[in-house]
Design a protein. Structure first.
Length: 492
């Protein structure tokens, strides 16, 4: 290739932001429990305005209707301007573009959209919004550090700003597939409005897409869904089109994959007690599923498969013909679901009856004469080698040493929350604890968070204290020393 042509091609790549960027160095992989990056987003005013839009509702393509269904759509984000083939069929937020600076790299024309529900409604000052970046959408084939997509979670429902990263780490330690994370100090420029505004600490979360599937399952072929609006796995008949609305395929499988998946959910509903225990192995790995349920229960992760019936992926492998649960959106773990009662209550909820009714898959597993005792044994094992207070406290100290300077620079409220819940240098009720967590320091910027129910509260029980209390309570439950209440999800 002539030198002049190579130089012209290089200039074109720099101007358009096209092409793959180098992976993170071996000395510092991109993801890591204490990895902290500096990230700067530049977004044009018109694109920032677009990010504040909720888009337009798509037609209901099956799975019910009426006012109740419409309510659930509003809560779960069941609106979209995207087609199912885009991989974003569950998003109600439109895409915009931005320029991204990260790790010494500059990418232009990066696709960006808002994500989430409560994390959007309660975004401090209206600027620290949760976002999704898609490097491939604006330039086909482009990657950043080997990633096509990246989620920027704003930690708004977590006073510690570290729950999500720590929870994902525990799933991986338990031998379960789970996204990797890192942290970022994020700055925002909106020309003519704010210049390199410090937004504070974000948790960066790996997307569940082709590379994730290849790394965790050895192949990407299969059916990937992200179920919503139901507890358990519901059977909607023999036509796959009847499943799209609630199961929300993110990656379509073959017709054979779809038939096998329908056979799975039909089996959950119709199998006799004698058939269930042995037949379940044809559809999923019971050991992995029980570990998934047990860890969600120990974390009192109510906003999940065992509670509200969402915030997880389900991958049906074309190779093994079995389904695997993948955790997602763990920011309200460690008893921090804001409308399920105080964290002290969530600390004491049952691990032996962990699911909100109805969830037939969990209920049938725990009632099975082999799987039920195995679930209890897994809970005991996790309390010994994964959910261990001394290890978790050391993890918290390591993360805090990294994130403290960023949180302290974020806002007065963020600093005080961190002092109460992580450092223990401020009493739980000391200082301004009123909700929503909108810092008056940003009042002059002209933004206010969207409304949210008055009853939503985030108490300030120190995370280490919660972990010690949860470990003791769960151990006592297994020993039959205490009776624990069921969890209280907000929906259904």
């Amino acid at each position: 290739m002539p030198i002049r042509f190579r130089a012209s091609l290089l200039l074109l790549c720099l101007l358009t932001g096209w092409g793959s960027l180098p992976a993170a160095t071996n000395a510092q992989p991109f993801f890591g429990l204490t990895n902290l990056w500096t990230l700067h987003l530049t977004i044009a005013p018109k694109d920032w305005q677009t990010l504040g839009s909720r888009g337009v509702a798509r037609r209901n393509e099956g799975g019910g209707g009426g006012p109740i269904d419409s309510f659930f759509r509003g809560v779960f984000g069941q609106e979209s301007q995207q087609s199912p083939a885009s991989g974003d069929s569950g998003s109600r937020y439109p895409w915009a573009t931005c320029t991204l600076e990260l790790g010494g790299q500059v990418l232009t024309n990066v696709a960006v959209r808002t994500k989430g529900v409560s994390s959007v409604a309660r975004a401090p000052n209206g600027y620290k919004r949760p976002l999704k970046l898609d490097f491939n959408r604006g330039a086909k084939g482009r990657e950043l550090f080997g990633l096509e997509e990246l989620y920027l979670n704003n930690n708004v429902n977590d006073a510690t700003q570290l729950r999500e990263a720590l929870a994902y780490e525990l799933f991986r330690r338990a031998g379960l597939p789970a996204p990797r994370t890192a942290f970022a100090q994020v700055y925002l420029t909106i020309p003519g409005r704010v210049e390199r505004q410090h937004l504070g600490l974000y948790t960066l979360v790996e997307a569940v897409e082709d590379r994730f599937l290849k790394r965790n399952f050895g192949q990407k072929e299969g059916l990937l869904t992200k179920p919503e609006q139901m507890r358990g796995l519901w059977y909607f008949g023999e036509d796959w089109d009847g499943y799209r609305d609630r199961y929300q395929p993110k990656q379509d499988g073959t017709p054979e994959d779809e038939k096998r998946f329908i056979s799975f959910v039909r089996f959950i509903r119709e199998a006799s007690p004698e058939q269930f225990g042995t037949g379940l192995t044809n559809h999923l790995d019971p050991e992995s599923f029980l570990r998934f349920v047990a860890l969600n229960a120990l974390l009192a992760n109510v906003d999940s498969f065992i509670g509200n019936g969402h915030n997880y992926y389900l991958f049906h492998s074309a190779k093994s013909h079995r389904s695997t649960f993948i955790p997602w959106d763990l920011n309200e773990s460690f008893g921090m679901h804001p409308v399920s009662g105080p964290s002290r209550f969530q600390m004491q909820t049952s691990i032996l009856r962990p699911n909100a009714d109805p969830n037939s898959l969990v209920e049938r597993c725990l009632a099975d004469p082999q799987l039920g005792p195995r679930y209890r044994a897994i809970c005991a094992e996790l309390l010994t080698n994964v959910f261990v207070p001394a290890k978790l406290e050391a993890d918290i100290d390591r993360i805090a040493a990294t994130t403290k300077p960023v949180v302290f620079a974020e806002s007065r409220r963020a600093r005080e929350d961190f002092e109460r819940t992580v450092l223990g240098t401020r009493a739980p009720n000391d200082g301004d604890t009123q909700q929503p967590r909108f810092d008056r320091e940003y009042a002059n910027l002209g933004y206010r968070p969207w409304g949210f129910p008055d009853q939503v509260q985030i108490d300030n029980l120190p995370l280490k204290q919660w972990i010690r209390g949860r470990h003791t309570n769960a151990t006592d439950q297994l020993a039959g020393k205490v009776k624990a209440p069921r969890s209280r999800p907000r929906l259904f």
